[in-house]
Write a protein that binds this ligand. Structure first.
Ligand code: ADP
Ligand code: MG
Length: 370
């Protein structure tokens, strides 16, 4: 049995979210092949045992409801201190990435990380509004076939026709360009940035963009998404002059920080999804993004190589290029590896756990954006 220790001073947190068996899997007679150790952040599949920062299971271990408090609240608090942050949901199609990240507010049931972030942000803004002036902007893009597209484009129809998309997205607009400023800040040229002042406005952006997200069917899940979706919240803070009061989160200077909430494309290999033609090409590109992400994470986590000034291959994919200023360096990162407990998915589940395990060595140096 292979067991992996947890490094104490790791700035990237890796959590595993094991969803329950879903109806389809029960109908197929699947068995649960994933064991979560009670009270320990450990997950076991076959002879492989992994330890992560947190493991959230449906039967044992910490309940998923504590995921937000343990993994995400520190990132939201960091935003108010000027730290960029990234939350990545990784896993095969159908493993619960979109469920975990959330697409909107639903009455009385699970709402996911993104809507909970929105609630927490507005609660905090409300409590500080007499000392600090806030500005919130959101953008929502997807990366499909190595092109960046705007999910908040007001001229775009709600459903993308992925079969007919070529160089130009279905809205007819050219893809968005990723730019880097002289101080290393990554921006998107041509994407819609919506200024929001209320919870209702920000929730509308999430719901609109989630509807626009390109989807396509595969053998594994007919609502499977082959794109990376990135919902970005930018928080700007300016102290209100004339008010002499201070507190521990109040800053003397202008601060700007962003939080990327990333619902990654399915991590399964093209052959398992029965992809072909156009869709196969998309599969290849998605693998490129996830492969580059894995390589960036691995380069950042290798302390010895970092000291020698190792090249971090951010430019190898649009995904890593876009996350460049929020992954490593000035940022806090949480990766949530989503897995199915079903025995038919055991091979992909093991791949996901191995990939997530690589991410645990990453170490970021927090720097405040001014
Ligand atoms: P992905 O985005 O990774 O393809 P989804 O989030 O769409 O996967 O989840 C696949 C299915 O599993 C959906 O029907 C979803 O409602 C269900 N599901 C996912 N996670 C959970 C969970 N923690 N509890 C209950 N059902 C879940
Ligand atoms: Mg999904």
């Amino acid at each position: 049995m292979e067991t992996t220790p947890v490094s104490e001073d790791c700035c990237v947190k890796v959590a595993v979210h094991v969803r329950p068996l879903i109806v389809d899997e029960k109908l197929q007679g699947c068995n649960d092949c994933v064991t979560v150790s009670p009270g320990k952040p450990q997950v076991q599949i076959g002879t492989h045992s992994f330890t992560f920062d947190h493991v959230y299971g449906s039967t044992t271990g910490s309940p998923a409801s504590s995921m937000f408090d343990e993994c995400i609240v520190p990132l939201v608090n960091g935003l108010f201190q000027g730290y960029n942050a990234t939350v990545l949901a990784y896993g095969q199609t159908g493993s619960g990435k979109t469920y975990t990240m959330g697409t909107g507010f639903k009455d009385g049931c699970h709402i996911g990380i993104t809507p909970q972030v929105m609630n927490a942000l507005f609660n905090k803004i409300d409590s500080l509004k007499h000392q600090i002036q806030f500005q919130l902007h959101v953008s929502f893009i997807e990366i499909l076939k190595e092109e960046v597209h705007d999910l908040l484009d007001p001229t775009s129809p709600n459903k993308s026709d992925t079969a007919s998309t070529g160089k130009v997205h279905v809205s007819g607009k050219p893809p968005i360009q990723i730019r880097e400023s002289s101080n290393g800040v990554i921006t998107l040229a041509g994407s819609t940035e919506v200024s929001v002042t209320t919870l209702k406005e920000i929730a509308a952006c999430l719901e609109q963009g989630s509807l626009s997200r390109a989807t396509g069917s595969t053998n594994m899940n007919n609502q499977s998404s082959r794109s990376h979706a990135i919902f970005t919240i930018t928080l700007e803070q300016m102290p209100i002059t004339g008010d002499g009061s201070t507190n521990d989160v109040m800053n003397e200077e202008y601060l700007c920080a962003k939080l990327h909430l990333v619902d990654l494309a399915g991590s399964e290999r093209a052959k398992r999804t029965g992809s072909d033609g156009m869709r196969f090409k998309e599969g290849v590109h998605i693998n490129k993004g996830l492969l580059a992400l894995g390589n960036v994470i691995s380069a950042l986590g290798d302390e010895k190589k970092r000291k020698e000034g190792i090249h971090v291959p951010y430019r190898d994919s649009k995904l890593t290029r876009l996350l460049q200023d929020s992954l490593g360096g000035n940022s806090r990162t949480v990766m949530i590896a989503c897995i199915s407990p079903a025995d038919i998915n055991a091979e992909e589940t093991l791949n996901t756990l191995k990939y997530a395990n690589r991410a645990r060595n990453i170490q970021n140096k927090p720097v405040v954006n001014r």
